[in-house]
Design a protein around this ligand. Structure first.
Ligand code: ADP
Ligand code: ZN
Length: 737
């Protein structure tokens, strides 16, 4: 018979012949049942290895089935229980279920984000070291031996190399003592717990606005759920304020997570954390090497790690006692994951805080419309920091009307801007040119026949990267050498680059200011994150005069010498049909011009534009942020767009265009009738062809209170299955609409 005794958390389950429902990392609707082999003690949350078809996978026990749906004899056994990692907590499991329910993703795909570090499950092999044998003396004492033995008075173990280096002796001295039996081999734990943040180190004296915000955060730290929006201009000291919340959270014995957009995760931030807390936080993002990820994962689970600074995926770490999440630059689009499980880390951070019961702090100089509305309606507590911490003035923003005051043909920088750059550089200050376009030119065409280079896999033009001699697609990565002759008419020397990218601006600057030290920053430069970190430091320390960059440079960095910021094409983001385009452009330009004069207060921003009367440009020039948000919020309200209505996008894709279209139409026909729901499409997606797949999109609009997930579930159950190469991706709360 089955003997099943369920206890509270903390005790184990004796489960002779029990059956466990295990979430495995595949896109199926629910958990799979496995037999628990005799003697294995699992409970909900236990991390296990199970067979799945011909493979073995890591999964998590989700529940113990008291009345298994499948006959026990047909079930396969759990292969292994990772009993030295703590089981996933109840809150984390509820969070996983919640995210799956909200995004309509398979729960297994969500749990996969939790169990990301397979290495973390294997205990690290111990390190061999040496220890002094009590009472043993060397045959002859030398000064070198004395130095070694002095270090070992406390009886603790050392690695041989660490010991020799610290004592300043050669390793043969250590070996000699070992041979004489004065030292003995010992196994040391692989890693020591990371140093704890020192929360009582002196912090900068906060100004009154900061102090008021910090007081509210300190009062909330360690307590139940509450959402805050730190709404502070660039350089107002938002970081300093939320560090106070972090300190208080640690003081209350809980862990803290600081989320940053991946690109803003720089050494500069980590250094700053270290200056404030005397220790580095654990780092979590895509470029952290596996061994360090594993340590972070384990440390978070055991509680040895108190603070994590990470990109959006850190939200799924198995914290032992999480007590605070900060989402810095909360408006940033990088918080939305688009593939597999499409989720918004900003929104899900609030959910995680709500489920477990702890405060969540969002921070931005240009909050998202959604967060603005939440703050205005009182769901989030707004903490305002209206002035720069240094007392520096915000930069003065000037438009440059390109219709009358633009450069000559074939140039992109207006004389007025060039003059300001020169003056800044002559003064020992820096200038930044912002253009959100990688490469040399966004389009190349043949002057003779009009041929345009298009990506063979995507509906986009190929971007010329002149420094590398290549034409590249920024969507699928396709690249080809720049040819000498036109592939269509064979004419030579007729190819022209149209429009500017950052490389082309760099060429122009080199021409105009030949003595200036120019640095181009763009995410596609070789060297990756490491190089980027180095170059940020170069700028910070004044090793460059002029920086030319894509949106990389807009985020989170402090460049103390930056005086002039020029937006090369302020109209670039405004041409989109997307209702979010205005918000995005406003945020990006406010952030990038906010790089100017952070310390000195003598910053100047210049917007090169053909439409100086556009509301976004006007809001930036007048600094009337509230008016801008008022009109954006009103526009959302009147068209019943988020946050006043709910949206989901269903994207159908297939290698064959007509198959994709046919399925999208069949899907639309299967949509249940509901008076409150408006269905738009299917229409060709904004990017109709990506990586060789044709895409069609259906947009579902519903009132705010409508249960969109229930509706979608009902619909997808009734809809014909996607067959062959057809794929359906459901995106609840899509970024673009
Ligand atoms: P934000 O995150 O709002 O852009 P930061 O926290 O990066 O602003 O602060 C901008 C600069 O001002 C930093 O160099 C920071 O060290 C400094 N700073 C912030 N608060 C204070 C303060 N109360 N006293 C002195 N310097 C401060
Ligand atoms: Zn492509």
């Amino acid at each position: 018979g089955v003997r099943l005794v369920l206890f509270d958390e903390g005790t184990e389950l004796e489960n002779e012949a029990a059956v466990a429902a295990v979430l495995v990392p595949v896109a199926v609707a629910g958990a799979y049942s496995y037999r628990v082999p005799p003697g294995m003690k699992v409970r909900p949350g236990s991390v296990v290895r199970v067979p799945l078809g011909p493979r073995e996978v890591i999964g998590a026990v989700w529940e113990i089935e008291t009345s298994p749906r499948v006959s026990r004899r047909k079930l396969r056994d759990i292969l292994h229980l990772y009993d030295d990692v703590p089981p996933l907590s109840d809150d984390l499991r509820r969070f996983v279920d919640w995210v799956a329910g909200w995004t309509l993703a398979a729960p297994g795909m969500v749990v996969r984000m939790v169990l990301r570090s397979e290495e973390a499950l294997k205990p690290e092999p111990p390190v061999s070291g040496v220890r002094r044998v009590e009472g043993a003396q060397p045959e002859r004492m030398t000064p070198a031996r004395a130095r070694v033995l002095d270090l070992m008075m406390d009886g603790l173990g050392w690695t041989k190399s660490g010991l020799a280096a610290t004592a300043g002796v050669s390793s043969s001295v250590v070996d000699g003592l070992l041979a004489q039996g004065v030292l003995e081999p010992v196994e040391l734990p692989a890693t020591l717990p990371p140093p704890l943040p020192e929360i009582d180190r002196p912090a900068p004296r906060l100004n009154p606005a900061q102090e008021e915000a910090a007081t509210q955060l300190r009062a909330a730290a360690g307590g139940g759920f509450k959402a805050f929006l730190i709404d502070g201009v660039t350089g107002s000291g938002k970081t300093e304020v939320y560090f106070e919340a972090v300190a208080e959270t640690i003081r209350k014995g809980r862990q803290a997570l600081i989320l940053l957009p991946e690109i803003a995760l720089t050494d500069q931030f980590l250094d700053r954390f270290e200056r404030r807390f005397g220790a580095r936080p654990a780092e979590w993002h895509s470029e952290v090497p596996p061994r360090r990820r594993a340590r972070a994962w384990r440390g978070v689970a055991t509680g040895d790690v108190r603070v994590v600074v990470g990109a959006r995926s850190a939200l799924f770490l198995p914290f032992r006692e999480l007590g605070l999440i900060v989402v810095d630059e909360e408006h940033d689009a990088a918080y939305k994951q688009d593939d597999r499980v499409p989720y918004s880390a900003r929104d899900m951070a609030v959910v995680r805080g709500h489920i477990t019961g702890f405060p969540v702090v969002l921070a931005s100089a240009t909050p998202s419309v959604e967060s603005q509305v939440n703050a205005r309606q009182g769901r989030y507590v707004r903490l305002e920091l209206p002035e720069r911490a240094s007392g520096a003035e915000l930069p003065e923003i000037t438009p440059i009307d390109m219709r009358n005051n633009g450069p000559e043909r074939g140039r992109w920088l207006a004389p007025a801007l060039v003059g300001e750059m020169k003056a800044a550089v002559e003064d020992g200050a820096q200038a930044l040119l912002f253009l959100n376009r990688r490469g040399y030119a966004p389009l190349t065409l043949c002057r003779t026949c009009g041929y345009r280079f298009q990506c063979p896999n995507c509906s986009t033009w190929l971007v010329e990267h002149r420094f590398r001699g290549q034409l590249q697609c920024h969507h699928c990565g396709h690249s080809q050498p720049i040819p000498h002759a036109c592939p269509s008419c064979n004419a030579t020397d007729t190819l022209v680059a149209c429009g500017p990218g950052v490389e082309r601006i760099a060429e122009e600057v080199a021409d105009l200011l030949p003595d200036a030290r120019v640095l181009v920053l763009s995410s596609d430069l070789p060297g990756g994150q490491e190089r980027l970190k180095r170059e940020m430091k170069v700028i910070e320390e004044g090793g460059a005069d002029i920086v030319i960059g894509t949106q990389l440079v807009a985020k989170g960095h402090n460049f103390p010498l930056m005086r002039v910021v020029g937006v090369v094409d302020a109209d670039l983001g405004l041409a989109h049909g997307d209702p979010r385009a205005a918000e995005r452009t406003f945020q990006l330009m406010a952030q990038v011009t906010g790089r100017a004069g952070r310390i000195t207060g003598k910053g100047k921003g210049f917007l090169q534009t053909y439409s100086p009367d556009h509301p976004v440009i006007r809001a930036l020039l007048t600094g009337d942020r509230e008016a801008f948000y008022d009109s954006e919020i009103e526009a959302r309200r009147s068209s019943r767009l988020p946050p006043f209505g709910r949206l989901a996008a269903l994207v159908v894709s297939a290698p064959d265009r007509s198959e994709a279209q046919a399925y999208a139409r069949a899907l639309a026909r299967a949509a249940p009738r509901a008076g409150e729901v408006t269905l738009l499409g299917p229409a060709e997606a904004a990017l109709a062809l990506v990586r060789g797949r044709h895409r069609f999109r259906l947009l579902v609009m519903a009132p705010r209170a409508f249960d969109l997930q229930a509706y979608l579930r009902h619909w997808l159950k009734a809809a014909p299955a996607a067959k062959g190469g057809v794929r359906l991706q459901v995106d609840v709360d899509p970024q673009s609409f």
